[in-house]
Design a protein. Structure first.
Length: 629
């Protein structure tokens, strides 16, 4: 999935409101429009997707080779590239008139050094940034491991040393690419250099020193506090504040004032010890650093907020015998869940400590909160019960790691989040709404997000309307259809305006929407052959979105079979608009801009109506199925 962002090519379009109904009518025989790639584009692959449009009825040649052109002037070609600069001479002809332009595409290849004379490419030498270890004695072997690598002459023998110590051999994985690792000893190091050595086929030995140096100490861990006001919303899960594991994979989305034990530095990141053997990286600029250690949290029994909201007829919270697990007071099918009924709220007593935690939906009816840090008293299952809860499980997984698992009675989760509330950590789960089987959308709140807009063009449409202009009318029509069925529909934009990425999810959260659907059109990245890749796809992060995602996908396939079946559902997606968890969130890719048939469907008024009908009917079918439960 990719959205092209070559906005210079889109500037000719002007405001969406002034675009001609048929872009082809505005074209002249003297014009060649290339939507992708832009001239000067650099690509590290053997082919590029060459696409755009010419005057309907015109012919097109590229570097003397005829390129198929549709009746509407559309062309798409999987174009081969030679290494280096490719000047593609494009010529279009119609009725004795012609036009030419040259499109420059540069194919890059990895730099390879000759076997002789022996050499090291110093720009590739790692580590490039300083590595600091503030508590070597507390680090696991994996956390004390230093990786060294470089590109040099192939077929040689390589090694590296830290601070002039013993040589560590390096292996050559691919021709000329050398790497090796070593585990630092538990001893002080002060700005120690990392030096590599390569003996080549010609018998010559060359050395080089990495720019990143290594320092090590014991017992100098510090405390880092997430900057107040740096985390917006309840559960947007912004990538801008993400903590990763040591390989860069997403690990933890922090909350304001979350506290971390800082035990080192890797370039621009602090290394965090969530628990012994559980490292993470956090950007230096997002935390305040102070001396001290992670505070000990209070612990004790988890509490449930009583169901005492006026006008509710849900069963009250009933005390349980100490030591037993929470069990339902009535089956999920009997849950009335009126609008005034408060969310299910579990208070984890921390005594004001802001311990780090992660919260994931492990399966359809299962939420798992993992708490990192010391507890004065172990957490215990709540002494109350709730009709939404089948059970609460509390397990200590190791030193400083506690897992709290919520098993729910309801087969569908409608939103969840966790954050600090006074002295406690508050875990919140939305109750199932009361749905009328005759009109299941009555009273429901839905946010529809037409992708991109304003300065964010999205995918550059080859028929001269970018992605932002194709998805907007479809989404507006889907909103009309949903409103006609009784839903309250919020739109993140209704005109061609710029809306920031996370403001879209924030608006859904602020309106307390049941559902966030972001509408887009797909495109392939460089290096992917577009031929045969077509059809709808639906992306979601949390299992709570799978039923509605499947319902929308089924409606798209049934209503627009000419698109192709597509790759279907994409669970576990790491996307800004599918990560928010306060409501069901998903992203729909209606069709591929890089497939001629799909693109034409996105432009056709009749198909646009069917796209809108599919979105609305998919959402409606989901709510209807939930109402029948």
């Amino acid at each position: 999935m990719r959205c092209y962002r070559h906005l210079a090519l889109l500037s000719l379009l002007g405001a969406l409101g002034t675009m001609p109904a048929s872009p082809a009518l505005a074209q002249t025989a003297s014009e060649i429009f290339v939507s992708y790639p832009e001239s000067g584009h650099r690509v590290a692959h053997s082919h590029v997707i060459l696409q755009g449009s010419v005057t309907p009825g015109a012919t097109l040649t590229v570097s003397g080779q005829a390129v198929p052109v549709g009746p509407d002037g559309l062309f798409m070609a999987w174009w081969p590239l030679k290494v280096g600069t490719n000047d593609l001479r494009m010529v279009t002809r119609k009725g004795g008139k012609s036009a030419t332009r040259t499109l420059r595409v540069i194919r890059t290849v990895p730099r390879l050094l000759p076997a002789s004379p022996t050499a090291i490419d110093r720009e590739t030498l790692t580590p490039r940034e300083a590595l600091e270890f503030w508590d070597l004695a507390g680090d696991s072997p994996a956390e004390r491991t230093v990786k060294v690598g470089f590109v040099g002459s192939p077929g040689g023998r390589a090694s590296f040393r830290i601070n002039g110590g013993a040589a560590v051999p390096m292996r050559e994985a691919t021709a000329g690419t050398y790497s090796g690792t070593t585990m630092l000893p538990v001893q002080a190091l002060n700005n120690a250099p990392v030096t590599v050595s390569l003996t080549g086929r010609d018998g010559r030995t060359v050395t080089a020193t990495a720019t990143g140096r290594v320092s090590g100490a014991m017992g100098q861990a510090q405390l880092g506090i997430q900057n107040p006001g740096s985390v917006r919303g309840l559960a947007l899960n912004e990538a801008t504040t993400l903590l990763t594991d040591l390989s860069g994979a997403p690990l933890l989305y922090p909350r304001d004032e979350m506290a971390f034990a800082l035990v080192g530095r890797q370039g621009r990141d602090f290394r965090v010890r969530l628990a012994p053997g559980v490292p993470a990286l956090v950007t230096q600029t997002q935390v305040q650093v102070t001396p001290g250690a992670l505070p000990v949290a209070a612990g004790g029994p988890i509490r449930l907020r009583p169901l005492t909201a006026p006008g509710t007829d849900a069963a009250p919270v009933i005390p349980l015998a100490p030591g037993t697990q929470a069990t339902p007071a009535q089956p999920a099918s009997a849950l009335p869940a009126p609008a005034s009924n408060p969310d299910l709220s579990l208070y984890l007593p921390l005594g004001g400590a802001r311990l780090p935690f992660t919260l994931i939906q492990e399966s359809a009816q299962r939420l798992v909160l993992t708490l990192y840090g010391p507890l004065g008293t172990p957490l215990a299952v709540p002494l109350e019960r709730d009709p939404l809860l089948a059970s609460v499980e509390v397990r200590t997984l190791g030193l400083g790691v506690t897992r709290v698992t919520l098993n729910l009675n309801a087969p569908q989760i409608w939103g969840f989040h966790a954050g600090y509330d006074g002295d406690d950590l508050l875990l919140t789960v939305r109750r199932p709404p009361a749905l009328n089987p005759a009109r299941p959308l009555e009273g429901r709140t839905i946010t529809l997000d037409p992708g991109h807009g304003g300065s964010q063009g999205g995918g550059a449409g080859s028929l001269r309307i970018p992605e932002k202009g194709l998805v907007l009318p479809i989404t507006l029509r889907a909103a009309e259809l949903l409103r006609a069925q009784g839903a309250t529909v919020h739109l993140t934009r209704s005109t061609d305006v710029t809306v920031s990425l996370y403001d879209r999810g924030l608006s859904a959260e602020a309106s307390r929407s049941d559902l966030l659907v972001s509408v887009h059109a797909n495109a392939l990245p460089d290096g992917r052959d577009p031929r045969g890749v077509r059809g709808p796809e639906v992306y979601f992060t949390h299992p709570q979105a799978q039923p509605v995602a499947a319902s929308i996908l089924a409606a798209l396939r049934a209503g627009l079979p000419e698109l192709g079946s597509g790759a279907g559902l994409k669970p576990g997606a790491n996307l800004a608009l599918s990560r928010p968890s306060t409501q069901i969130s998903l992203l729909v890719e209606l069709a591929y801009l890089t497939d001629a048939g799909n693109l034409r469907a996105l432009h056709h008024p009749g198909a646009q109506e069917r796209f809108a009908q599919a979105i609305a009917s998919g959402v409606s079918a989901f709510y209807a199925a939930q109402a029948q439960r």
